[in-house]
Design a protein around this ligand. Structure first.
Ligand code: NI
Ligand code: MN
Length: 229
């Protein structure tokens, strides 16, 4: 079964596998770079990495419209419940935990970052995701610093990793190259850059670093573009 992974700008992604669409951090209507509005996306599942508004984005509206199931940390899913997302559509997780879903398996991985909800309430701990679809494994690091335990996340092989390169709020280009080495990657797509001036980066310079220092292939996408795995 082929899987298409499409960048929706910032840390927002759409994974289409079979008849299932999985969104990651659907920050769309207020994103300067999102190629699509929240009203127009399909979603059967939504993966939410942490409580910051540039990740929660349009989750409440999309979940209510589509009936999508939302997976995220326990506190984030509790907050979504208070905003009117149905309790049976919420899967609260914590780092290190995984859960089977009809489309495959989702593991919530550690991330070094902060997490507060858009209204300032406690947002639990941030995380990333390893999504396993049949034999395809994709790692979304989401907002995080570089950490040595990425070596553990790479065990078993990854078909694609999505890493932030924006710096300031997350790891920057050089640290992401170290992350690629720790994860033993075949392919890597950058994100969380060029959304706003404080996280502007030269992605082509980053790709050149990746090619010269690692054996991974950089996947260079514009918002709206996708890669088929
Ligand atoms: Ni954040
Ligand atoms: Mn962010």
């Amino acid at each position: 079964m082929s899987t298409k992974v499409t960048w929706l700008g910032h840390n927002a992604w759409s994974i289409e596998t079979g008849n299932t669409t999985i969104l990651v951090d659907p920050f769309l209507n207020d994103s300067p770079t999102a190629p699509v509005k929240a009203e127009a996306v399909k979603a059967d599942y939504i993966l939410l990495s942490h409580g910051h508004s540039d990740h929660v984005g349009d989750t409440v509206a999309i979940a209510k419209r589509t009936g999508a199931t939302v997976l995220g940390n326990f506190e984030v899913t509790q907050w979504l419940g208070k905003k009117g997302v149905a309790g049976d559509k919420l899967v609260g997780m914590n780092p290190g935990g995984g859960v089977k879903q009809p489309f495959g398996h989702v593991k919530f991985t550690i991330a070094h970052h902060s997490s507060s909800m858009p209204d300032g309430t406690y947002g639990g701990v941030p995380g990333g995701f390893v999504v396993t679809l049949d034999k395809t494994r994709i790692y979304f690091a989401c907002d995080t610093a570089l950490f040595l335990d990425m070596k553990l996340i790479g065990i078993g092989g990854l078909d694609l990793a999505v890493l932030p390169i924006g710096d300031l709020f997350t790891m920057g280009p050089s640290d992401s190259v170290e992350a690629i080495k720790l994860l033993s990657l075949k392919r890597v797509a950058p994100c969380h850059y060029n959304t706003w001036p404080p996280i502007a980066q030269d992605a082509n310079a980053w790709a050149a670093q990746v090619r010269s220092q690692t054996t991974a292939e950089p996947v260079m996408l514009e918002p709206g573009d996708g890669i088929t795995l």
